[in-house]
Design a protein around this ligand. Sequence first.
Ligand SMILES: NC(=O)c1ccc[n+]([C@@H]2O[C@H](COP(=O)([O-])OP(=O)(O)OC[C@H]3O[C@@H](n4cnc5c(N)ncnc54)[C@H](OP(=O)(O)O)[C@@H]3O)[C@@H](O)[C@H]2O)c1
Length: 288
Amino acid sequence: MLPYAFNDSPGNTVMMLLKKLALATLFAVVLALLVLNIWGYLTLGKLAPAQNPQRDTDANRIVMIFGATGSVGDGLLQAAMEDPDVERVYVVSRRTSPRIDAAVATGKAELRLQQDFTDYSGLADILPQVNTVLWGLGTSSLNVDDTTYSRIHVDFPVAFVSAWLAARTEAPMSFHYVTGMGTDANGDSHWAREKGRAELEVAAMAAGTGLRTFGYRSAFIRPASGRANPAHYLLQALLTPGKLVISSEDLGAAMFEISARTGELPNGSLIDNADSIAYAHAYAARQR
Ligand SMILES: NC(=O)c1ccc[n+]([C@@H]2O[C@H](COP(=O)([O-])OP(=O)(O)OC[C@H]3O[C@@H](n4cnc5c(N)ncnc54)[C@H](OP(=O)(O)O)[C@@H]3O)[C@@H](O)[C@H]2O)c1
């Protein structure tokens, strides 16, 4: 009789309930991942890189990177350092990082410390040379209020593009802005509308000049190797079937491939996560 008496105890009932709750949570997470991956697989990927494209090897000669201390920008910097067509990298940042220090030590990169991202007069000497700008500067809408969010994600890039176009309008020039999946100028949330507004504003400014601007509506951007931890790699594995993940180095490679194909994607093109994977593959095939 003892075993049955033990099974019916209140403690055992609580354990059974907790087990059921854990199983239900696991089931919900697996279902959500499944739905997300199916959605990504079926809907992402609208652009197909041309098979035999014209490439301009000067298109990424002089590169400028914003947000290089962050998770995304760190990999963009790594991609720039590894690209043989990139001759010079200017990192514009409030502070340095181990990756920036290492890049500067090679002599290929230079750090320009900058505190005010609405005033680029301190870059006047280099802006006329710059071909490619990788913009990984940004933060989560959970970290700042709406006004600050707009300042960082709209005012900063718009002020930069304005200063750059005042210094240079001659192609090849490309501006690559990591906005994120869900960006939508008509969206429901403030962050989505503001990043969508920024994509449209920089494209409108570039129209009729030698500059092309691109918005990267990336999903999960896995930090570069060396900065990524096991949880990042697990998430990468879980999101790969739906093309919902790209590493930050591969995102940088995709940006360089899109820049170099000067006649392929027009100003204002929006690049979803599967598109950037496709261009990163094209870049990798070229390096082999
Ligand atoms: N991580 C992803 O999976 C992912 C996916 C899609 C889109 N994105 C977008 O990519 C952007 C960067 O994301 P992240 O994950 O790399 O963020 P992060 O790790 O927090 O890095 C943010 C970068 O932006 C700079 N920054 C932030 N606020 C700034 C300010 N007020 N003034 C000057 N610099 C500032 C930071 O510089 P300091 O070091 O000086 O603070 C840092 O370099 C964000 O817009 C994000 O929404 C990220």
